[in-house]
Ligand binder design. Structure first.
Ligand code: FEO
Length: 178
């Protein structure tokens, strides 16, 4: 279906999303919003545990995930869809250790990567090549995010729990570029 609307200066013509693609993108809004809340919970926990650097890293990550959610919301609306804002389940409140928090972060990002790949698959089946191309930004972002968290886990493995003080001071230099 073709969707027309007038903005003050241009007649904008948009090919609307199919309901299938719209639905899967809205489901991703929930996943990105939950990601943001999960990192906020990790940030709050790390701050309470006395790790300001690790906490700042998680707060920055929470902001990035919030940005991913907004990106999806704007895209759905720009393509003539309705970006329904879902309820978000409550994330955990504590982790066994810093290592455990980053292991959980990696597992979460791997789940998000699968979800992004699944969206690309649905777009291809639907012959929605525009959304497929648009989603490539998320594909690249997920590779960077997984790689950054893997690098943090490798560093943590090397230093062990004993040297967390120095790690806490250095962690903000380990951020995915996005
Ligand atoms: Fe936007 Fe890392 O999921």
């Amino acid at each position: 279906m073709i969707f027309f609307y007038l903005c003050p200066y241009f007649l904008i013509i948009t090919i609307m999303l199919s309901s299938k693609v719209e639905q899967i993108l809205v489901e991703q809004v929930e996943k990105e919003g939950y990601s943001s809340n999960l990192y906020l919970a990790m940030a709050s926990w790390a701050e309470t545990e006395g790790f300001p650097g690790i906490s700042d890293w998680f707060y920055a990550q929470a902001n990035e995930e919030h940005g991913h959610m907004l990106k999806l919301i704007h895209y759905v609306i720009d393509r003539g869809g309705k970006a329904i804002i879902p309820a978000f389940k409550q994330p955990p409140v504590a982790w066994k250790s810093v290592q455990d928090a980053f292991q959980q972060a990696l597992a979460h990002e791997q789940m998000v990567s699968k979800s992004i790949n699944n969206i690309v698959g649905v777009c291809l089946e639907d012959k929605d090549y525009a959304t497929c191309q648009w989603m490539q930004w998320f594909v690249t972002e997920q590779i960077e995010e997984e790689s950054t968290v893997n690098a943090i886990l490798d560093r943590l493995k090397l230093i062990g729990e004993g040297s967390l003080y120095n790690f806490d001071k250095d962690i903000m230099s380990m951020r995915a570029s996005s």
